[in-house]
Write a protein that binds this ligand. Structure first.
Ligand code: FDA
Length: 298
């Protein structure tokens, strides 16, 4: 990702020229543009979670700046009176520099959100498998004293059923997703049928025994299976929420809301869109074609 980050660095010629491609998945570069997107989502009956783009920070100063941006985001959410919380990546909080330092930055955000955001919950996004263990360690340490935090678990990881059980035992709020990083087969399932099966098993455990899970997927089959499961087991729509990414499958998003389900949209913004954009393109070959044709048609 380091090479990509150089190519897509915010001030690079490439980035300035091609931000229009990422714009479909990214709600602009500023807090104001992100809040405007959240307002529209709220008006359409959806809640949101804001993510300030950036990851793999290797300098303390950059992590502190990101932490301070989260304070400003929380202030802006409160000022705009929108229904929205925040999602953070621990490598953006300096986890690769020093775990204690990232812990301090995370807990500062948790405390700030608790004091200032009507929805004080803070989600810790899950990154590549090199940092799964450290991410869960920092989450659990923070959770001992602050309950407004919850992790993301990735259904493609072989270890995830144990992590789901651990989160259930703690009473923590989990977002379950398939997983977006390129992992080796010893660590992660590669076969989509197997990933779907593990996703559904984990989601069912979280829905029956967990605490307000976030069911993050755009996969029609999984969404259908979750609807059937919750209906058949008398799990009320207020006991969980579907979650989707900004700009992906807007018609399915509207349909879920019309059917009375809760839906939260993950809204990323900022100038460091390279890693996020790369993962969205890599997920779908149509996106790669769209990106390529966009580059050559301007
Ligand atoms: P799948 O990829 O099968 O997509 C189903 C359908 O949705 C596709 O057929 C297509 O129509 C549409 N679709 C999906 N992705 C698309 C794309 N990029 N462009 C256009 N259409 C697309 N991952 C992670 O590792 N850590 C994390 O913290 C998070 N957080 C997170 C939050 C939320 C709210 C969501 C929805 C997802 C994440 N993810 C994530 C990403 C997740 O792991 C996964 O990579 C994507 O959600 C794609 O998987 P689906 O389950 O949507 O199915």
């Amino acid at each position: 990702m380091a090479v990509l980050d150089r190519i897509f660095a915010p001030d690079s010629l490439f980035s300035r020229r091609f931000f229009f491609l990422a714009r479909r998945f990214v709600a602009g570069e500023t807090i104001d543009s992100a809040i405007a997107a959240v307002r529209e989502l709220n008006a359409a009956g959806m809640t949101a979670t804001l993510d300030f783009l950036g990851e793999d920070v290797l300098e303390r100063e950059a992590a502190v700046k990101t932490r301070d941006t989260y304070f400003r985001m929380i202030d802006a959410i409160a000022r705009a009176d929108v229904r929205c919380n925040v999602s953070v990546k621990l490598t953006a909080m300096g986890m690769l520099v020093d775990e204690d330092f990232a812990f301090e930055n995370l807990t500062a955000i948790l405390d700030y959100a608790q004091q200032h955001n009507p929805d004080p919950f803070v989600r810790i996004d899950m990154e590549g498998s090199a940092v799964t263990e450290a991410t869960l360690r920092i989450f659990e340490r923070a959770y001992q004293t602050r309950k407004n935090v919850g992790p993301v678990l990735q259904a493609y990881l072989r270890r995830t059923p144990q992590d789901v059980e651990r989160a259930i035992a703690l009473g923590a709020r989990v977002r379950i997703c398939k997983g977006a990083y390129n992992e080796p087969p010893e660590i992660a399932y590669k076969d989509m049928a197997q990933i779907r099966k593990q996703y559904l098993d984990c989601a069912k455990a979280l829905l029956t025994r967990g605490n307000y899970p976030g069911i993050a997927t755009h996969d029609r089959r999984l969404i259908g299976a979750i609807k059937t499961f919750t209906r058949d087991n008398g799990i009320a729509a207020e006991k969980f929420e579907f979650q989707m990414l900004y700009g992906i499958r807007p018609s399915v998003q509207k349909q879920l809301v019309a059917e009375g389900y809760r839906l939260r949209i993950y809204v990323p913004f900022g100038t460091h869109w390279a890693g996020y954009f790369y993962r969205r393109v890599a997920e779908r070959k149509e996106n790669a074609l769209f990106a390529l044709s966009g580059m050559f048609s301007r």
